[in-house]
Design a binder for this molecule. Structure first.
Ligand code: GDP
Length: 436
């Protein structure tokens, strides 16, 4: 859904890479490009304005962080502002203190309400609830049957009017449903309501009547992310006509620009709770603003990684080590220190998994052997300080002693020493090439 926006933003931010300092002009032109990317993706203008203003102010205020270079700081700011626009913290469903919790779905016809009713109730069931679906869409000829079909697929009972009894009166059906839920001890009731092709008075009145009759704990406004700027106008109409406590974005699997969907939270002030991203009933997720932001910025979970680095790295030490790379003075002591710092951040496979594009490396990651690192650590620890500082003195008899002391074969010690020299040489050459 957000592929184009994601590509654009990633390339704008990639342009900043390698810059030591960012001037105000750099920040202005970056903001201009971000603005164009957002507008082209259909993000509503007032939302774009707020977003850009936030980035500009913070980027120019240049929050100083020891571990991040200026370009990384801008990425961090853009990410945080994007999370803010998307709602900040993940918002959980409000459950009633005294069951049943009543969740009412509202939205235009075709938005994906009935499909969502099935997805949501299936999800609730997996969470240990005992949901019941209620068919209050009595307008569309097939709506009740459609709800019964999805209900059956997720094994959730559907409360629907008996033919000839209460047909045409969704309010009566809704009321009866709540009574039935209490009787049969369903702890959550999901009420599907009728939509129209466009916004109209009658539709709003009916939804408001159902709302008054069942007094829902949550009214979820269901909106098709593919309808572009109309998403915002529709959301405003539903907010004023019925009122809602949360938003569900549907059809996020589509290839439309999707920016309007990103505007709904900011424009209506109501959080996005769920995302529906396919026709299958399992294509459904809790909406996490932070994960969505990462996805849009095409950065994997790089920010978690950066945060962990900020926590665990001694910035001064890292800089000293970096300086030594260029002169070929790196010692095994430095190597051990950096390795320990990296390992404090968590298992290596998890760290690599947070890198963008790490998805394709999954199989290799699964086979990553942390024990090899344990052995490397043991070998270096088995060396004297003089040996670590100047590995060249590690001759045959020293190797044997180190191997015996750290419980590994001499060949492993040889291997480590050879690889260390190779790596040091390579880093020196690279440092020369990049002018470090
Ligand atoms: P309602 O009128 O609001 O109840 O909408 P429906 O649940 O009947 O959905 C309308 C159409 O959109 C159906 O063909 C659904 O299969 C489809 N649909 C619903 N949610 C999604 C989704 O997340 N992705 C895709 N691709 N299609 C969806």
């Amino acid at each position: 859904m957000f592929d184009t926006l994601s590509d654009r933003l990633s390339s704008v931010l990639a342009n900043l890479r390698g810059k030591g300092r960012l001037s105000d002009t750099d920040i202005d032109s970056t903001c201009r490009e971000i603005r164009i990317a957002l507008l082209e993706a259909d993000v509503a203008l007032p939302v774009v304005r707020t977003f850009i203003a936030g980035i500009k102010e913070r980027a120019k205020g240049a929050e100083v962080s020891g571990a991040l270079n200026p370009a990384q700081q801008v990425v961090k700011i853009v990410n945080e502002e994007l999370i803010g626009i998307l709602g900040g913290e993940t918002r959980r469903l409000n459950l009633a203190k005294t069951p049943p919790t009543v969740i009412m779905l509202a939205g235009l016809q075709g938005a994906g309400k009935t499909t969502l009713a099935g997805k949501l109730s299936g999800w609730l069931k997996k969470q240990g609830h005992t949901p019941m679906l209620v068919a209050c869409d009595l307008q569309r000829p097939n709506a009740v049957t459609q709800l019964q079909v999805v209900g059956e697929r997720v094994s959730v009972p559907v409360f629907a009017p008996e033919p000839g009894n209460g047909v045409g009166d969704p309010v009566a059906v809704a009321k009866a449903a709540i009574e039935e839920a209490k009787r049969a001890q369903h702890d959550v009731v999901v009420v599907d309501t009728a939509g129209r092709l466009g916004i109209d008075e009658e539709l709003m009145r009916q939804a408001a009547d159902i709302r008054d009759a069942v007094r829902p704990d949550e009214v979820l406004f269901v909106v098709d992310a593919m309808i572009g700027q109309d998403a915002v106008t529709t959301a405003e109409a539903f907010r004023d006509g019925v009122g809602f406590t949360g938003v569900v974005l549907t059809k996020l699997d589509g290839d439309a620009r999707g920016g309007a969907a990103l505007s709904v939270r900011e424009v209506t002030g109501q959080p996005i709770l769920f995302a529906s991203n396919g026709e299958k009933l399992e294509d459904f997720d809790v909406f996490h603003p932070d994960r969505m932001a990462s996805r849009i910025l095409g950065m994997g979970d790089l920010l978690t990684l950066i945060e962990q680095a900020e926590q665990h790295f001694d910035q001064e030490k890292a800089q000293q080590t970096a300086a030594k790379l260029g002169t070929g003075e790196l010692t095994l002591e430095d190597f051990l220190e950096q390795m320990l710092a990296v390992r404090k951040m968590g298992p290596i496979a998890n760290l690599i998994g947070m890198l963008p594009g790490a998805g394709q490396m999954k199989d290799q990651l699964a086979n990553f052997d942390e024990k090899r690192l344990d052995r490397l650590q043991a070998i270096i620890r088995g060396m004297t300080p003089a040996e670590r500082a100047d590995p060249k003195i590690i001759n045959g008899s020293r190797r044997l002693r180190i191997a015996n002391g750290s419980g590994v074969a001499v060949s492993e010690v040889n291997d480590l020493v050879t690889k260390f020299f190779d790596a040091r040489k390579m880093m020196k050459q690279m440092a020369g090439r990049f002018g470090l």
